[in-house]
Write a protein that binds this ligand. Structure first.
Ligand code: FES
Length: 131
C-alpha cells in the first residue's frame, strides 16, 4: 500500500462513484450457507440486474454499490444478503429472487417482508466525507 499514493486511490474511488451511493448490498457467496454454484449465480444475477437498470454506476436515490463477501456469519439458508443503510438481512437470495429484490427494495424502496430474517438499520445522520 505504501507505494500507491492516496491521490490515485481517491481517483479510483471517484471513478467508482463512491460517495454517490444511497445503498450498499453485501451478498454472501460462501460455501457454508449455499453451494458455490448457487452463490455465484445469485451474484451474477445481482450484477446483471444492477447493470441493466443502470443502478451500479449511477447517481440518484436507487444508486447501489454491490460487494460479494465470503461469510456474513449466518451460515445457513443462503445466499444471505444484507442491505445498508436499512440493515435489512435476507435469506434464500437465489438468482431467481434477484429481479424482484432489485425492483421492490432498491427501486421502490420497499423491502420484501417474507424474505427478511433480521434488521439492523444504521444511523442515517452519520457524518459523511462528502463536501
Ligand atoms: S457462508 Fe454465507 S453466511 Fe456464512
Amino acid at each position: 500500500m505504501a507505494d500507491i499514493e492516496n491521490g490515485k486511490l481517491t481517483t479510483i474511488a471517484e471513478k467508482l462513484l463512491i460517495g454517490q451511493f444511497h445503498r450498499h448490498v453485501f451478498l454472501c457467496i460462501g460455501e457454508t450457507c449455499c453451494s458455490s454454484e448457487v452463490g455465484l449465480a445469485a451474484w451474477d444475477a445481482l450484477k446483471g440486474e444492477l447493470k441493466d437498470r443502470n443502478l451500479s454506476l449511477a447517481t440518484g436515490p436507487a444508486a447501489c454499490y454491490r460487494t460479494k463477501v465470503g461469510c456474513l456469519r449466518i451460515c445457513a439458508g443462503g445466499p444471505i444478503m444484507v442491505v445498508y443503510p436499512e440493515g435489512t438481512w435476507y435469506a434464500g437470495m437465489t438468482a431467481d429472487r434477484i429481479p424482484r429484490f432489485v425492483q421492490e427494495h432498491l427501486v421502490n424502496g420497499k423491502p420484501i417482508e417474507e424474505w427478511i430474517i433480521a434488521r439492523n438499520p444504521l444511523p442515517n445522520d452519520a457524518p459523511t466525507n462528502r463536501s
